[in-house]
Design a protein around this ligand. Structure first.
Ligand SMILES: O=C(O)COP(=O)(O)O
Ligand SMILES: [Mg+2]
Length: 232
């Protein structure tokens, strides 16, 4: 047990593990897509559907709403969305997602068992998500995993979000742990790039959301198909 994990830390356990939320701990796209489509339809646009929304998730709620309004992931199309269009759409998304959040969202296989194992081992754990904290906290509580995390950083908690290393650096400071002894577990290039920039070890789950592209392209230190591989 733990052979693969400790192999990334010179035979030791990491001293801090931070998990991404959407696409890593939880399959949340069904609820995010429901809220996005309600927002689009309320504002007179066609619904986007779960598959398109899946490719827009990962950079926080604001960019998701802009991508939905642009019906595109393309940065130039997204930049053309006006404030006059964005502001009411964002307000509508917040209202609808507050209602949808948790309805269909489920933990991925093995998540409870693995978190429990790390908890028993005494490894401090955090959630570093680009999801607004106001949505992350109740979701963690509802899925009965909030108690495992000593810190939950949401996308708006600091001036910069992933792929910027700032939230990981903040966690390093708060836990007093060196970056080389810290593991970021995520599902997207935002997580891998943040980990690399912060000097953390990066693990990436292949089942999550990565803007329609394999997360292997970001060359994480450790690529996993199943959450339970973390403790194999
Ligand atoms: O809300 C998002 O855009 C994605 O959140 P994540 O950082 O937990 O994947
Ligand atoms: Mg994610």
């Amino acid at each position: 047990m733990l052979i693969k994990l400790t192999g990334h830390f010179q035979g030791h356990l990491p001293q801090l593990i931070a998990f991404d939320l959407d696409g890593t701990l939880v399959d949340s796209v069904p609820d995010i897509a429901a809220a996005t489509d309600r927002m689009l339809v309320a504002l007179g646009h066609p619904a986007a559907g779960e598959q398109r929304v899946r490719s827009w998730v990962g950079n926080g709620a604001g960019l998701l709403v802009k991508r939905a309004l642009a019906d595109s992931y393309d940065p130039a199309a997204v930049a053309a969305v006006s404030d006059a269009e964005f502001d009411p759409a964002m307000a509508a998304f917040r209202e609808y997602y507050a209602e949808e959040n948790g309805r269909l969202t489920r933990l991925y296989a093995g998540v409870s068992d693995v978190l429990n194992a790390f908890y028993d081992l005494g490894v401090p754990m955090a959630v570093i998500t680009n999801k607004p904290k106001i949505f992350a906290d109740p979701l963690l509580a509802e899925l009965d995993i909030a108690r495992y995390f000593e810190l939950v950083l949401g996308g708006e908690c600091l001036p910069q979000k992933k792929p910027h290393p700032m939230p990981l650096e903040q966690a390093s400071r708060q836990f007093g742990v060196s970056s080389a002894r810290s593991l970021m577990v995520g599902d997207s290039r935002n997580d891998v790039e943040a980990a690399k920039a912060a000097g953390w070890v990066s693990a990436a789950l292949t089942y999550g959301y990565n803007h329609g592209e394999p997360v292997a392209n970001s060359e994480p230190d450790w690529l996993l198909d199943d959450f339970r591989e973390l403790i194999l």
